[in-house]
Design a protein. Structure first.
Ligand SMILES: Nc1ncnc2c1ncn2[C@@H]1O[C@H](COP(=O)(O)OP(=O)(O)OP(=O)(O)O)[C@@H](O)[C@H]1O
Ligand SMILES: [Mg+2]
Length: 414
């Protein structure tokens, strides 16, 4: 079958032909097809049986261009192959945290999966100030499992190298290289600034030789460290939640990269959410911002503990260690500490770049954009930019995540 564009009109006829989808619906005569428009890159639909709304699927198709910009913005459909590849991997190590896949086609660049109709985007829930008691537990599991099992600590060397070459996702990496690590740090036409944001704060990033050198270092690490198979775009709109469950969606930027990039993306967006709540004086907002900081703290410590425990469990069961023989066990201990310290400082460096790009770059976040008052927004943006630059420059000096949370608190009171 050749590629063609699925639409609200032809989707039912396509689904009818797929045995995997036939199992999901008792009849194809009463299907409702609803287009979902909150993503930008791809077409997305929810298909429901009007006679039994428990029967439904979510369909996503990548066109050979960026959906919201149209055909004059070509983008290879390879991104759906990367998404399928990543999702298949995530299902294999962490099935409870990704939607169940019913059908996939690289030819049509289509994924048909479980409809998460009782879940909402994490970003939306954070904006509403909803408490999510499972969030740190679940996301730390997702990070530890996906990052550990695709690393050299779990995979035989040849399998790891095969994974790296299979997941190059060059075009999507180029987007990250440009839009996360380059344009926001120079005066570029693609950038978009809040008119109320002072030129001096923009200059303190774009014209500071030190800041720019450190960003270049993070970009180089992004491009040259295939440590594990990453999600590649793990912000708070790539997570769907309710109080009982957490799902990770949309790994179309997946590639083999540095572990801190996924952790940093999440932490960056949680700090942006923190600044969007911490400026309010109500007891409710104070409590919620403290919960966000506690969640960041838990996320890091739980990730670290789970990653270390997978590491030693794996070595015990495989009866071999990454390092070879270590009579006393001390070298293991030291190496693990050094390794996780480096993941931590990379996490902070990447989180900083991600925070800055959401303010100076083209892609904004609803956590800040919900405020129509440009001056208020500029105040929050200034806080986030100050935190990000300090965190970037000092990323190797923080002893623990608690010290970074302290920085967020200090900055939010200016
Ligand atoms: N399995 C699912 N069940 C229900 N809704 C979903 C599911 N996956 C995604 N969605 C919804 O569809 C939207 C678009 O999905 P997704 O983010 O994967 O598409 P995208 O085009 O890659 O978006 P973006 O431009 O943000 O990268 C999501 O924001 C979410 O609201
Ligand atoms: Mg996407």
């Amino acid at each position: 079958m050749e590629y063609y564009q699925l639409t609200q009109t032809n989707l039912t006829d396509y689904l009818k032909l797929l045995p995997e989808v036939q199992l999901r619906f008792s009849s194809f005569d009463s299907l409702k097809v609803q287009e979902i428009n909150d993503g930008n890159m791809n077409y997305a639909f929810v298909v429901t049986n009007k006679l039994d709304t428990n029967q439904s699927v979510f369909v996503k198709q990548a066109p050979p261009y960026i959906k919201v910009l149209g055909e004059q913005w070509p983008l290879t459909r390879q991104r759906m192959t990367a998404e399928i590849n990543a999702l298949n991997y995530q299902v294999s190590v962490c099935p409870e945290m990704v939607p169940e896949v019913y059908y996939q086609s690289e030819t049509l660049s289509v994924l048909i999966m479980e409809n998460l109709s009782t879940h909402a985007l994490l970003r939306t829930e954070l904006i509403q100030g909803r408490y999510l008691p499972r969030l740190a537990e679940d996301l730390s599991t997702f990070l530890a499992e996906t990052l550990f099992y695709s690393s050299d600590f779990a995979l035989p060397s040849a399998d790891k190298k095969a994974m790296v070459s299979k997941s190059s996702n060059q075009e999507m990496c180029q987007i990250t290289e440009d839009f996360v690590f380059t344009y926001p740090f120079e005066h570029h036409d693609m950038n978009d600034y809040n008119p109320a944001l002072s030129q001096s704060i923009i200059d303190s990033i774009q014209k500071d030789a030190n800041v720019r050198a450190h960003v270049a270092q993070m970009k180089f690490i992004f491009m040259n460290r295939p440590e594990a198979l990453l999600h590649g775009d793990l912000h708070t709109s790539s997570v769907m939640v309710n109080v009982q469950q957490t799902f990770v969606i949309d790994p179309e930027f997946s590639f083999a990269g540095p572990m801190g990039f996924d952790i940093g993306a999440l932490i960056a967006n949680l700090y942006l959410s923190y600044f969007s709540h911490a400026h309010k004086s109500s007891a409710e907002s104070v409590n919620y911002s403290q919960w966000l900081l506690q969640t960041i703290d838990d996320l890091w410590y739980k990730f670290e503990a789970k990653f270390l425990s997978l590491w030693s469990e794996h070595e015990q069961s495989a009866l071999s260690t990454f390092m070879g023989k270590d009579l006393t066990g001390d070298s293991h201990q030291i190496f693990r500490q050094i390794f996780l310290q480096q993941v931590f400082s990379n996490t902070l460096g990447f989180a900083a770049c991600k925070m800055i790009r959401r303010i100076l770059g083209v892609a904004k976040v609803a956590d800040f954009m919900q405020f129509e008052d440009q001056k208020l927004r500029a105040k929050l943006e200034t806080q986030a930019l100050k935190m990000a630059t300090t965190m970037l420059l000092n990323r190797q000096s923080y002893a623990n995540i608690g010290d970074v949370n302290k920085l967020a608190e200090d900055v939010s009171s200016i």
